[in-house]
Every structure is written in structure tokens, then in C-alpha cells.
Write a protein that binds this ligand. Structure first.
Ligand code: C2E
Ligand code: MG
Ligand code: MG
Length: 452
């Protein structure tokens, strides 16, 4: 009876494939070492080693091959010449190696590198050599963080950096990473609630014609304000909304709300709406645009659809067919942030753009590099030859405005002529522009009278 209980205990603490501690037992063993150290903080390291490529091995040779790979890697770790360590299996593709007397980051990183290299060597399977790859995440105990669960969490976060392209395959836990992960988690909750409760708001930034100086329309820019987090930037919430699958709902709300607002403007003004790449892959985009235009009775010819080059990365055919459909409906298609992405010139003639928006980094380059005017000139001439109109984004100073005007740019947008603002302020902007235009006309008229 006694030996049966012992066996059961043994089974519940050890991983059956490798004989290492399982996750729970590893946590307990690390905590035991921390307690053993007493009031003196333990300078220790946890290395998480994750094996990549197991799914591929499984697909090619079956589950048995995966089991064999894991056992052989466990053997390598067991035999590695590293003293004072506790090894455990964290999950089906990760091992944890706890070095309870290594508090030195250089030594910790060296060991992680050594173990990752050891586990990345091909693994024999019959007469084959199976290729797998191991990456390592490293976390050191700090005076305040002295518990196994925190260490494991931190090592897991470090793994994320190790898996990025360009990384050597091992990296340290960075406290900023943990903060970013926490903020991301908070934002997911905030964004989900905001979508359900319609807490987003559209702001509008005016843009003008260089030639006439007149207001041409507004770009709609989404805003999210949170009582605790303050203003959350679209560059932060849009990618999260994409990731958690809410972009379609958010996009559909944005287009309808914007068209409803713009339908109240004088009929010569247009509105530009930003579409995120993910919206082109939901299958509902065209229906949403159609629905919004119908519901609000806003004419398609007054709607600019702004997209970035990132939209083409996945499936160009799928994007092209939707852009053509939008153009056939009467919308204009604008290529936003030109110059920051892949800037493949082929996009310019393969897709039905009628506008191109030069990214504000190019406008700001006017202040810092003498090459900027030539680059801007080339972009504008190229666009002109292709029959594409050009907007300069992010104009902040009179000098920048004058430089772009001299280069024959079509439209200007930026803080210099108006910041994004709430819907309630638009009537004043429209009226001001209208009266200024009237004044200019009167001056022209009186000049004509004088000449006569
Ligand atoms: P974008 O479409 O290129 O919009 C222009 C961004 O530049 C806006 O930032 C605007 O506030 C900012 N901006 C305008 N003039 C100036 C200037 O003179 N100086 C500086 N420093 N900045 C200026 P915002 O509103 O933070 O939006 C950032 C990006 O987020 C947008 O870039 C767009 O890509 C995306 N975004 C915004 N609203 C929406 C939306 O409703 N849907 C989607 N899918 N994306 C959106
Ligand atoms: Mg835009
Ligand atoms: Mg832009």
C-alpha cells in the first residue's frame, strides 16, 4: 500500500516521457530552493528552452517521432556539463533549467546559449536526421521577485523576444516587456468593452487645396478615451482590435458614423476614411460600405478610402477585387503613408489609386536633409504622370507648406492648417473657410471693377 502511494506520488511529480519534474513539481522545487536561501535573496537563473519544429516532425513521421525527439533532447540536457541545476518539463515543447547558484547575467546567458545550441542539433530517427530548433528565454531572480511562478512567467516573456527574426535565439527577460504585456492585456479588456458600448469617437482633420487654398474635406481619425488610461492612440488600439477579431465591427461602425457626419456637410466636401488591412480579409467590407452609404444617403463619390501598403502583403488579388469594386461604386482610393512601407512602385500602377499621401516623415525630412526636396519632387512628378493626385501629410510649418507648394503638390494636411478635432467644431471650420473664400472672391471682384 505504502509503495503504491509512493509510486502515485512519483507519477504525479514526474513527466512520464523524460523522467524530469513536471511543471508543478518544478515550481515546488524552485520555491523550495528560494525558501532554503532564507532571508538572503537567492541569486538564481531560470532558463526556459522551447523546441520549435515538433509539429512538422509529427506531420512527417507521427507522434512516436515527437516522443523520441523529446527523450533524446532530455538526455542531452541531463548530460550537459552544468552543475547545481534542477530540470523540469514546463509543457509539451518546453524545458525549464533552474540554476540555483547563478546570479551572474553573463554566465546565465552563456549557459542559455550553450543549452539552446545543444538542443538545436539534428536528432537521429531511424536513418533520418530530424531538424528542430531550440530557443531560450532567461530570467534572473531579483531582490523583490523571488518566486517560481514569477520567474517562469518572466522566462516565458523573454522567449518571445528570442523568437523574433534577427534574434540569436536566446534573450533576457526585460521588465519593459512585462509592462507591455500587462498593458496589452488591459487594453484588450478596454477595447472589447469600448466596442460593445460604442465608446469610440471620430475626430476630423481638415485638408486643403494648394491651388485654391480652399477646404477640400476632412480625414476621419478614430479616438478612444479611457478614464484611467487617458487617450489611447489608434496606432495602439487598431492593431489590438485586429488581433482580437473586432476590427470588422469597429470598421463598420467607423464608416457609418463618419458618413452620417459627412452627410451634413456642404456637398462639395469629401471625407477620407482609413481602412485597416484586416478589414479586407473579413469578407464583409463591401457590404459594410454599401450599407453605410445607403443608411446615411452619403454619395460614394465623396468618400476617399485610405489604405496602406501593408494591405497588399497577404493576398493582392483579393484586395484588388475589393478596391476595384469600391472604385466602381464611386469611391476614390488613396495610398496612405507612402514611403514608409515597402513602397513598391508596382503598387502604383497595379492598383486603382487616384490619390497618394506622402508620409509626414518625408515632410519633416525637409528640415533635416538637403535630399528631401529631390525625393519629394520625384514622388510628385511620378504620381502626376500616372494621373494620381498627391497630398502632403503632417505639414507643421510655413516653410514646409511653401516647399510643397513650390513642388506642385495638390493637397495639404497637417497641424499647420488644422489639427484633428471633434465633430462639434467642424461647423465653425467650414464657416470660416467659406467666409474667407467669399472675402477672397470679393477682393477679386473689386479688383475687376477697378480695372474696368
Ligand atoms: P494616418 O491615416 O496617416 O493619419 C494621420 C496621422 O497623423 C493622425 O494620427 C494625425 O493625427 C497625425 N497628424 C496629422 N497632422 C499632423 C502633423 O502635422 N504632425 C504630426 N506629428 N502628426 C500629424 P492618429 O490620429 O494618431 O492616427 C494614426 C494612424 O492610425 C492613422 O494614420 C491611421 O493609420 C490609423 N487610424 C486612425 N484612425 C483610424 C480609423 O478610424 N481606422 C483605421 N483602420 N485606422 C485608423
Ligand atoms: Mg490616413
Ligand atoms: Mg498617413
Amino acid at each position: 500500500m505504502g509503495s503504491l502511494r509512493l509510486n502515485l506520488q512519483h507519477l504525479s511529480s514526474y513527466d512520464q516521457d523524460t523522467g524530469f519534474f513536471n511543471y508543478e513539481a518544478l515550481l515546488a522545487a524552485i520555491n523550495a530552493e528560494i525558501i532554503k536561501a532564507g532571508p538572503r535573496p537567492l541569486g538564481a537563473t531560470l532558463i526556459e528552452i522551447r523546441i520549435r519544429g515538433l509539429a512538422r516532425v509529427g506531420e512527417a513521421y507521427g507522434r512516436k517521432a515527437i516522443g523520441s525527439v523529446i527523450r533524446q533532447l532530455a538526455e542531452r540536457l541531463e548530460l550537459a556539463p552544468i552543475k547545481n541545476r534542477i530540470i523540469g518539463r514546463i509543457d509539451h515543447k518546453s524545458f525549464g533549467v533552474f540554476l540555483y547558484d547563478v546570479g551572474d547575467p553573463v554566465l546565465a546567458l552563456q549557459t542559455a546559449k550553450q543549452l539552446a545550441a545543444l538542443c538545436s542539433r539534428p536528432v537521429p530517427w531511424g536513418d533520418q536526421q530530424l531538424r528542430i530548433e531550440a530557443i531560450a528565454g532567461v530570467a534572473l531572480t531579483t531582490a523583490t521577485d523571488q518566486d517560481a511562478a514569477t520567474l517562469l512567467h518572466h522566462a516565458g516573456l523573454a522567449l518571445r523576444a528570442s523568437s523574433e527574426s534577427g534574434s540569436p535565439g536566446y534573450s533576457f527577460f526585460d521588465p519593459a516587456e512585462a509592462q507591455a504585456a500587462k498593458r496589452r492585456n488591459d487594453l484588450i479588456a478596454i477595447i472589447t468593452r469600448a466596442v460593445e458600448q460604442n465608446q469610440f469617437e471620430m475626430f476630423y482633420q481638415p485638408f486643403f487645396s494648394f491651388k485654391s487654398g480652399k477646404l477640400v474635406g476632412f480625414e476621419a481619425l478614430m479616438r478612444l478615451r479611457h478614464p484611467e488610461f487617458g487617450n489611447i492612440a489608434p496606432s495602439e488600439f487598431i492593431p489590438i482590435a485586429e488581433e482580437i477579431g473586432l476590427i470588422s465591427r469597429l470598421g463598420a461602425w467607423c464608416i457609418e458614423d463618419t458618413c452620417r457626419t459627412a452627410a451634413e456637410w456642404p456637398s462639395h466636401l469629401i471625407v477620407a476614411v482609413n481602412f485597416s488591412p484586416a478589414q479586407f480579409y473579413t469578407g464583409t467590407l463591401l457590404a459594410e460600405v454599401n450599407h453605410a452609404l445607403e443608411q446615411t444617403k452619403f454619395p460614394a463619390y465623396r468618400l476617399d478610402v485610405e489604405i496602406t501598403e501593408g494591405t497588399f502583403l497577404k493576398d493582392q488579388e483579393l484586395v484588388l477585387s475589393q478596391l476595384n469594386a469600391l472604385r466602381d461604386m464611386g469611391c476614390s482610393i488613396a495610398l496612405d503613408d507612402f514611403g514608409t512601407g515597402y513602397s513598391s512602385l508596382s503598387y502604383l500602377w497595379q492598383f486603382p489609386f487616384s490619390k497618394l499621401k506622402i508620409d509626414r516623415s518625408f515632410i519633416h525630412a525637409l528640415d533635416t536633409t538637403p535630399k528631401a526636396p529631390s525625393i519629394l519632387k520625384s514622388i510628385i512628378e511620378l504620381s502626376r504622370n500616372l494621373g494620381i493626385e498627391v497630398t502632403a501629410e503632417g505639414i507643421e510649418t510655413n516653410e514646409q507648406m511653401l516647399a510643397l507648394r513650390n513642388l506642385n503638390c495638390d493637397y495639404l494636411q497637417g497641424y499647420f492648417c488644422g489639427k484633428p478635432t471633434a465633430k462639434s467644431n467642424l461647423a465653425a471650420i467650414i464657416m470660416k473657410n467659406f467666409s474667407e473664400t467669399l472675402e477672397q472672391n470679393n477682393v477679386q471682384l473689386s479688383k475687376i471693377k477697378l480695372i474696368r
